[in-house]
Write a protein that binds this ligand. Structure first.
Ligand code: NAD
Length: 287
C-alpha cells in the first residue's frame, strides 16, 4: 500500500486563511486586532529563526506582533517584569516565552507567570491542568495541530488504538490527553518502554514524538495505520523526522511528511490560539 500524504502545509494554509478572515471581521466590527508578544532571551540562532517566522506569520494574518528580545545575561526578575507587563497590556492577547531560555533562568517559574488567558503555547500549569481535566483552555500548538491534521484527513479517533511515542510536556503528554478526549484508546511510550516496536504495531494511529531520527521502522507500522511524525532533525540530507518515511509509507494508509507535515501546523495553531485568546478576553467576565 502506498500511503496518502497528509499535507500539513495545505492544512496550515487553510487555518491561516480562516484566522486572517476572522481577524478582518473583528477589525471591521471595531474590535482591536489580536496581539502576540514573543519573548526571546539570548541569541540562540535556531530560536531567532523560529521567532522571526512566528512574527512574519502574525503580520500575514493581521495579528499585531510584539517582538521582545532580551540579552542572555538578563536576570530572572527582568524577564518576569516583561511577562507581567505583557499580562497587563490590553494590546497583547497572547504571549510566548521561546524555549529553551539560557541557563540560570528558571523557565518553569517564568512560564507559570504567564496569565493563562494569554498562554497561547498552552504550557502554564493552569492550561495543562485544564487539558488534563478536559476543561476549556488554551492547548499547546503542536498537539492541537496533530489533531487538526487527523481531523482533516477524516481519521476516526473514537475507539481507535492510538500510540504516542514521547511523554514531554510540550508534545507527547498533551497529544495523549487530546486523543483521550476524542475517545481514542491511548498508549504512551517513552524511553523506558519495553519492546516499543510491538506496542507500535498495535496502533491504528501512531504519533512519533521521541526526538530520535528515524526511530520508527517500516515494520513497526501496522498495515493501514495512520502515522503522524512530529520529529524534526536537521541533517546534511535535509530535514527528517522520527519515522523512516519511505519504509513506513509502504504500510501506512496515510502519513505526514517531514518537512511539510506537523511543522507548519504548529505555527498555524499559534495564530489560531492567539485569535481564540483575543476572543475570550473580549468576553465580559462579570467582574
Ligand atoms: P523531548 O526530548 O522533550 O521528549 C522526547 C520524549 O521521547 C521523551 O518523553 C522520551 O522519554 C521519549 N523518547 C526518547 N527516546 C526514546 C526512544 N528511543 N524510545 C521511546 N521514547 C523515547 O522532545 P519534544 O520536545 O517532545 O520533541 C520531540 C520531537 O518533536 C523532537 O524531534 C522535536 O524537534 C520535535 N518537535 C517538533 C515540533 C514541530 O512543530 N514539528 C514541535 C515540537 C517538537
Amino acid at each position: 500500500m502506498a500511503a496518502a500524504i497528509i499535507d500539513g502545509s495545505a492544512v496550515a494554509a487553510r487555518v491561516r486563511a480562516e484566522v486572517a478572515e476572522a481577524v478582518a471581521r473583528r477589525v471591521a466590527a471595531g474590535l482591536p486586532a489580536p496581539g502576540l508578544a514573543t519573548i526571546l532571551v539570548g541569541d540562540d540562532p535556531a530560536s531567532g529563526v523560529y521567532i522571526g517566522g512566528k512574527q512574519r506569520d502574525c503580520k500575514e494574518v493581521g495579528i499585531n506582533g510584539f517582538d521582545h528580545r532580551l540579552g542572555a545575561d538578563v536576570s530572572q526578575r527582568e524577564v518576569a517584569d516583561l511577562i507581567d507587563a505583557c499580562n497587563a497590556d490590553a494590546a497583547v492577547s497572547g504571549m510566548i516565552l521561546q524555549l529553551p531560555v539560557p541557563e540560570g533562568l528558571d523557565s518553569a517559574a517564568l512560564i507559570a507567570r504567564i496569565d493563562p488567558r494569554k498562554d497561547v503555547d498552552g504550557l502554564t500549569p493552569t492550561s495543562a491542568g485544564a487539558l488534563a481535566q478536559g476543561r476549556p483552555g488554551l492547548r499547546p500548538c503542536t498537539p492541537v495541530g496533530v489533531i487538526e491534521l487527523l481531523d482533516d484527513a477524516g481519521v476516526e479517533l473514537r475507539g481507535a488504538e492510538a500510540v504516542v511515542i514521547g511523554r514531554s510536556q510540550l508534545v507527547g503528554r498533551p497529544v495523549a490527553q487530546l486523543l483521550i478526549q476524542r475517545d481514542a484508546t491511548v498508549t504512551v511510550c517513552h524511553s523506558k518502554t519495553r519492546d516499543l516496536s510491538s506496542v507500535c504495531l498495535r496502533a491504528d494511529v501512531l504519533v512519533a514524538a521521541a526526538g530520535v531520527t528515524r526511530l520508527v521502522q517500516g515494520d513497526w507500522v501496522r498495515e493501514g495505520a495512520v502515522v503522524i511524525d512530529v520529529g524534526m532533525h536537521r541533517l546534511d540530507e535535509g530535514l527528517v523526522g522520527d519515522v523512516d518515511f519511505a519504509a513506513a509509507s509502504e504500510r501506512a494508509s496515510a502519513i505526514t511528511p517531514v518537512p511539510g507535515g506537523v511543522g507548519p501546523m504548529t505555527r498555524a495553531m499559534l495564530l489560531r490560539n492567539t485569535l481564540a485568546a483575543a476572543e475570550a478576553l473580549d468576553a465580559p467576565t462579570g467582574d
